[in-house]
Design a protein around this ligand. Structure first.
Ligand SMILES: Cc1cc2nc3c(=O)[nH]c(=O)nc-3n(C[C@H](O)[C@H](O)[C@H](O)COP(=O)(O)O)c2cc1C
Length: 436
């Protein structure tokens, strides 16, 4: 089983940062993030994960920032810069961070991630996204966020271009012979000249081949375009699934697609996102869950739900029925359709729907003791719903401490999780074969 956790100081639950068991003042605190990283490494997790977007949410709404929380990311480090710093305080744990193919260029992404792979001695991964944050377009001087089809057409070329750049050099290209004066071996370099419909880039990359050959590729798309890209190019895919059946459908679809392309389905790891509400007793876990949910104000609930379904819901009363969400929207995602169906089937109001969605961020919420949470994880894992989990610790550091001290030891007792790191690179932790 593969396990990751989010590199965040301010708790996974949207109101977790307000709970008494949460750290005080975590904004731009590198020391707090290093502590999270060290705890995750003590738990022997495969990797840390940073999600990212650009535009600060709510910037274009009346009452600027009114319903803002840390989840709107008004103050976060640049992910690769942060991972470079964290790499110097850890030895084993993988470093997965996000960059968007819609607003970046292949050159800058390939260069940054290859650099991080060197700096971290083979622990870097890029989470490829096309961007779920429509406001990003304004940060980059564009009038609109491209629609999904356009985003994925560019993403396909973008990833191919990065791979071509990462393959510029062989491992032994830089011979650095003092005696002869030969710095590099020109037979060990390729000069990619990638020309696509959406982008072009000429190499070689100005970074030597990185320790893993290339950084590990994660992808976080769920739509048809996202599945296609992951099946063709990803090493790992993040899945958002509300229950075990949805996860099973998703995982078997992705593995089938990989096999149909002639690849090895075992070399595409599906990592399901879950919210973790651990307690030392079941009663403690349930109480914490309730306490956290009581901290979600209507403004936050409506805002968060609106973001999740890509629809501004602020014009409604929270006790109005959920409006029709069947229309496709730019920036919209598969969860919009799932929630539309649930709201219609159960005649939910906006308040009822946000109470359901916000605590788990649309994913499954695992609530209970370490044994109970491990039972669910084992069932998902053993029945082919996933290869692993990205654990959203409801309260930092409280939940993270229990993940390290109770959940991981329980998974180890069951023989489901490593007791020591055996490899040195993230590819090795994830059971991925070497790049040829
Ligand atoms: C675990 C997980 C992490 C994600 N991280 C990001 C992220 O960092 N940045 C981002 O723009 N979108 C992120 N997303 C959203 C996806 O990129 C994507 O927009 C969403 O899953 C819908 O899929 P689609 O774009 O194929 O419709 C994440 C999704 C999941 C499940």
């Amino acid at each position: 089983m593969h396990l990751l956790t989010w590199l965040m100081g301010n708790s996974y639950h949207v109101a977790g940062w307000r709970h008494p068991l949460a750290w005080d003042r975590t904004t731009m605190r590198l020391d707090v993030l290093i502590e999270v990283a060290k705890m995750a490494e003590e738990a022997k997790l495969d990797a840390l994960f940073i999600a990212d977007g650009n535009a600060v949410r709510n910037m274009d709404k009346v009452g600027l920032f009114e319903a803002n929380t840390p989840s709107a990311r008004p103050a976060v480090f640049d992910p690769v810069t942060l991972m470079a710093a964290v790499s110097q305080h850890t030895q084993h744990i993988g470093l997965v961070s996000t960059a968007s193919t819609t607003y970046e260029t292949p050159w800058s992404v390939a260069r940054r991630y290859a650099s991080l792979d060197h700096i971290s001695a083979g622990r870097a991964a890029w989470n490829v996204v096309t961007g779920s944050n429509t406001g990003d377009s304004m940060n980059f001087g564009l009038d609109r966020h491209p629609d999904r089809e356009e985003r994925y057409a560019r993403a396909e070329e973008f990833v191919d271009a990065c791979i071509a750049l990462w393959d510029s050099w062989d491992h032994d290209a830089f011979v650095e012979r003092k005696d002869t004066g030969q710095y590099l071996d020109s037979s060990r370099v390729r000069t990619p000249d990638f020309r696509g419909t959406h982008l072009s880039v000429k190499g070689p990359l100005n970074v030597a081949r990185s320790p893993q050959g290339r950084p590990v590729l994660f992808h976080a798309g769920q739509s048809e375009g996202g599945r296609r890209l992951a099946a063709r190019r990803a090493d790992c895919i993040f899945a958002a699934a509300a229950d075990v059946e949805a996860a099973r459908e998703y995982t078997s679809d992705l593995k089938r697609r990989r096999a149909e392309l002639g690849g090895d389905p075992d070399q595409l790891k599906v990592i399901v996102s879950v919210a973790i509400y651990l307690g030392r007793t079941e009663a403690e876990a349930t109480t914490l869950h309730q306490e956290l949910n009581a901290l979600i104000t209507p403004e936050i609930g409506v805002d968060f739900l609106g973001k999740t379904v890509s629809e501004d819901l602020t014009g409604y009363s929270i006790d109005d029925p959920v409006p029709d969400l069947s229309r496709a929207v730019v920036g919209g995602n598969s969860i919009r359709g799932q929630l539309d169906a649930i709201a219609k089937a159960e005649h939910l109001t906006i308040r009822q729907l946000y109470e359901r969605v916000v605590p788990s961020v649309g994913n499954a919420a695992l609530i209970g003791t370490a044994v109970q949470v491990a039972d669910t994880m084992e069932e998902w894992f053993a029945t082919g719903a996933c290869d692993g989990f990205v654990l959203g610790a409801a309260i930092s550091p409280f939940t993270l401490t229990l993940i390290r001290d109770e959940l991981v030891p329980e998974l180890q007792r069951r023989g489901l999780f490593r007791t020591e790191y055996t490899g040195t690179t993230l590819r090795e932790h994830l059971g991925l074969g070497p790049i040829s």
